[in-house]
Design a protein around this ligand. Structure first.
Ligand code: HEM
Length: 233
């Protein structure tokens, strides 16, 4: 149910009415869930939020909005990034299979190389910002920050269009930058490392079952992903 609604919210081709309907449906579901956690509190985020509400630190709307953001931002992102990572990795699987300790550097390089964050971030400057090239972003200017361009900038690292899971890609901006940097990046990194390592452990012979050129990217949503990735082992 929430997969269907979050897809509707994230698709680039929905109508405002469709998006609002999906937002409301998720909101109602989470509202009910919060009420259940109020009567039977547990050791979880929603219970902790409800306790804060009782201390008048969060309103009902705050809880629903936060839970909805975490649900969408936490699920669609990592799930799609696993598919993109496996696709990009196919040519390098042997390397990772031989040396699973490369998982951490592989995940950073994969996030840099092909991130689900295909849309650019937008910001408004609150002060003049001089750039190294001599330009100045003026206070009040709207700015579009293109994550993919930044991650493929040859000034950031050499041969940026090559995937090299042995290199240290730390410093990439797949999770954004600054105060609004992704709050879920620690669990996302961990999920990706575990998923890739376990996938190779469970299916040592994992390989694509049809030519990789036929793989279709799902580019109709704000979060990039794959329609499918048929494999065999
Ligand atoms: C591969 C996985 C992920 C990628 C590539 C990713 C990427 C991003 C990016 C680019 C931003 C915007 C940063 C900015 O505006 O500067 C962001 C924000 C955010 N992400 Fe993630 N994310 C991932 C996984 C997750 C997970 C697992 C969660 C939750 C458990 C999550 C929760 C959030 C939230 C709540 C924000 C908004 C932060 C704010 O505006 O202060 N993300 N993410």
């Amino acid at each position: 149910m929430f997969q269907k609604h979050s897809r509707t919210i994230l698709t680039l081709y929905n109508t405002p009415e469709e998006a609002t309907e999906a937002m409301n449906a998720l909101g109602e579901y989470l509202h009910r869930l919060a009420a259940q956690h109020r009567s039977a509190s547990g050791d979880d985020l929603l219970s902790a939020s409800v306790q804060r509400q009782e201390a008048a630190e969060m309103s009902d709307e705050d809880i629903v909005a936060m839970a909805r953001l975490l649900l969408i931002a936490g699920h669609e992102t990592t799930a799609n990034q696993i598919g993109l990572a496996v696709l990009a990795l196919f040519e390098h699987l042997a390397l990772l299979r031989e040396d699973p300790t490369l998982a951490a550097s592989a995940v950073e390089e994969l996030l840099r190389y092909q991130s689900i964050a295909r849309t650019s971030m937008s910001r408004v400057a609150i002060a003049d910002v001089p750039l190294p090239g001599g330009q100045t972003i003026r206070s009040g200017d709207g700015i579009v920050l293109a994550i993919k361009s930044a991650n493929h900038d040859p000034d950031f690292l050499p041969e940026p269009d090559d995937l090299d899971i042995r290199r240290t890609a730390r410093g990439h901006v797949a999770f954004g930058y600054g105060v609004h940097q992704c709050v879920g990046q620690a669990p996302a990194r961990l999920e990706l490392q575990i998923a890739l390592t376990e996938l190779l452990r469970a299916f040592p012979d994992l390989r694509p079952s049809r030519p990789l050129e036929e793989t279709r990217l799902r580019d109709s949503t704000a979060v990039l992903g794959l329609w499918e990735l048929p494999v065999t082992w």
